[in-house]
Design a binder for this molecule. Structure first.
Ligand code: PLP
Length: 370
């Protein structure tokens, strides 16, 4: 018996995952579940079907696989399971998450071609076309919302080139799926990767892959890892009605199911996208009015997920002091990740509304005036 358990959140997480969840998502984790019991496996199946339905109108061609671990584990499961030993992948990299895919591919001894850009730069379509003249390339991957900056990469245009060349198309939609409308059939995506604690607004503990059935089938026997064998995980879930291979994060899965229901109640992805967009626009305008410049300029595709701000050009500015001050006021913001810029980030996904953004802006203003 412990009377000192903290149940209330002390601050709002303005970080793009883990993020602030609703009280009801947290509350449903109070119950324990048996991993192999029908009741729990039925929940898993329902989640898998809902994920496919969120991803596309052409549901019959696709399947969802849930994978233990953070989002990166699911990215690694795809890279390690989809590319045959004589395959070769082009990875488009304009941020920390693109770079992480390159690191994974190299660690897994996959033949990789990296097309690298500055973090604030949009990948160039002509460059991609040129690299794909190399016929030995079998797979292409790219991040949709690069959380490093908040840039939204042009996956529709890139995908057209990738599919015209008949390559397998992998998209890290970690911080966009569920918060930005997309149809993976229209986008011709073969493997889409996301996780529980991003725009679906669940708690951290697993990732998921939504992929074409035929692509999942062709992963058979290719995995470079037992735990991260995408085919085996999928096949087990298919054959045994929602059973995971190893211990699954049961409470997290139950919370995710609640989060999916709440996404539906909000009005689906379109409504959530609108809320995030309103948050982002108010945040960007308000921060600019307080003297913080945006890292992305207005003709770059800014996602509604996260915004990057430059440190103000003042000798005595301290991010750490701003961070601590805002934390006291009830907001946690995010350090920057752009290599050669002094910047910080503020996320606006999760259980975050315009009122919260207004309160944050007031807190920043008070700090600036103090
Ligand atoms: C969050 C995120 C990931 C996964 O990060 P984890 O810390 O492993 O959950 C991967 N790619 C992008 C674009 C992300 O935003």
């Amino acid at each position: 018996m412990n009377a000192n358990i903290e149940l209330e959140n002390k601050y709002l997480l303005l970080t793009p995952g883990p993020l602030s969840t609703s009280a009801s998502v947290r509350r449903v984790m109070q119950r324990d579940w048996c991993t192999w019991d029908k009741e729990y496996n039925g929940l898993v199946q329902d989640i898998r079907h809902r994920l496919v339905a969120l991803a596309t109108q052409h549901t019959e061609k696709y399947s969802a696989v849930l994978m233990q671990g953070s989002g990166s584990f699911s990215v690694e499961a795809v890279l390690g399971s989809a590319i045959p030993h004589n395959g070769k992948i082009l990875i488009i990299n304009n941020g920390a998450y693109g770079a992480r895919m390159v690191q994974m591919a190299r660690c897994l001894k996959i033949d990789v071609v990296e097309l690298a850009y500055a973090e604030t730069q949009i990948p160039n379509l002509a460059d991609i076309e040129k690299v794909l003249e190399d016929d030995s390339i079998t797979h292409v991957s790219c991040v949709y919302c690069e959380t490093t900056t908040g840039l939204l990469n042009p996956i529709q245009e890139i995908g057209k080139i990738v599919k015209a060349k008949n390559k397998v198309w992998i998209v890290d939609a970690m911080s966009s799926f569920g918060g930005v409308p997309m149809d993976i059939a229209d986008l011709e995506i073969d493997f889409l990767i996301s996780s529980a604690n991003k725009c679906i607004q669940g708690v951290p503990g697993f990732g998921f892959i939504i992929a074409k059935n035929e692509q999942l089938q062709s992963c058979k026997g290719l995995a470079r890892s037992v735990s991260l064998d995408l085919y085996d995980q999928w096949n087990t879930m298919q054959q045994h009605d929602g059973k995971w291979r190893f211990t699954s994060p049961t409470h997290v899965v139950r919370a995710f199911y609640q989060a999916l229901l709440e996404l539906e109640q909000e009005g689906g992805v379109a409504a959530r996208y609108q809320r995030y967009t309103n948050n982002q626009q108010r945040l960007a305008a308000g921060m600019q009015a307080l003297g913080f410049e945006l890292v992305l300029d207005s003709n770059q595709p800014q996602s509604p997920i996260i915004t990057t701000f430059l440190y103000p050009n003042e000798a005595d500015f301290s991010f750490q002091a701003l961070y601590e001050n805002l934390k006291q006021a009830g907001f946690v913001i995010y350090p920057g990740k752009v290599t050669d810029l002094n910047c910080f980030r503020i996320g606006n996904i999760g259980e975050v509304y315009l009122d919260d953004i207004e309160r944050l802006l007031n807190a920043v203003e008070q700090y600036r005036q103090a």
